[in-house]
Design a protein around this ligand. Structure first.
Ligand SMILES: CC(C)(COP(=O)(O)OP(=O)(O)OC[C@H]1O[C@@H](n2cnc3c(N)ncnc32)[C@H](O)[C@@H]1OP(=O)(O)O)[C@@H](O)C(=O)NCCC(=O)NCCS
Length: 159
């Protein structure tokens, strides 16, 4: 690996979605077979999205969602297998953490199945107390979308 040609980017427009799809298929067991359209949606709704490049080759990816102040979550951290063990993964996560959308946030969460030790070296702590999950809420049958009326924001505050 020639580290002089490795670059980090936070430009979403630079991301080649086909390379991202391939990287996730190679290296992220939880993100197999994601469609280009769904990846486009995930990137559009994430900030920051950090990519890592060896010239024109995508070799790393991480993204976060955040309210900018209270809570943020980091998702889809991955380094191409050929580039692991060079501190790129930790630099990738630190780049997400130092981004203005995340750096002021009170608590940053992430979910990991196997990489606890990697994240502990960055400063994360194990946290077994706060996690629940709702799998694909379209399977919930109790309420149909039309049953809940959201008020317009202007009406809500004019009461
Ligand atoms: C996890 C991953 C991003 C790490 O990337 P990397 O570039 O190899 O990690 P780094 O070289 O920055 O490692 C930083 C430190 O963490 C340690 N580390 C990395 N992976 C580790 C692991 N699985 N278990 C224990 N320690 C680990 C390294 O030894 C290094 O320690 P050091 O600072 O004492 O030398 C990479 O292995 C990967 O993409 N894995 C597959 C996808 C994945 O599981 N992502 C996390 C999803 S939550």
């Amino acid at each position: 690996m020639n580290s002089a040609q490795i670059q980090f980017s936070d430009r979403k427009s630079k991301i080649d979605l086909y390379q991202l799809q391939e990287l996730l298929n190679i290296a992220a067991f939880w993100a197999q077979g994601r469609s280009i359209e769904d990846l486009r949606t995930a990137i559009a709704n994430s900030d920051p999205v950090i990519t890592l490049w060896d010239r024109e080759k995508l070799i790393g990816f991480a993204r976060a969602t955040s309210d900018g102040i209270y809570r943020a979550t980091i998702w889809d951290v991955v380094i191409h297998p050929d580039y692991r063990g060079n501190k790129l993964g930790s630099k990738l996560v630190e780049t997400v953490l130092s981004h203005p959308r995340i750096s002021r946030v009170e608590r940053v969460y992430l979910m990991t199945t196997h990489q606890q030790q990697f994240y502990e070296k960055i400063g994360f702590q194990q946290n077994t107390t706060t996690t629940m999950v709702l799998q694909n809420q379209s399977h919930l049958g109790s309420l149909t979308p039309g049953e809940i009326q959201l008020q317009e924001t202007s009406n809500y505050y004019s009461a």
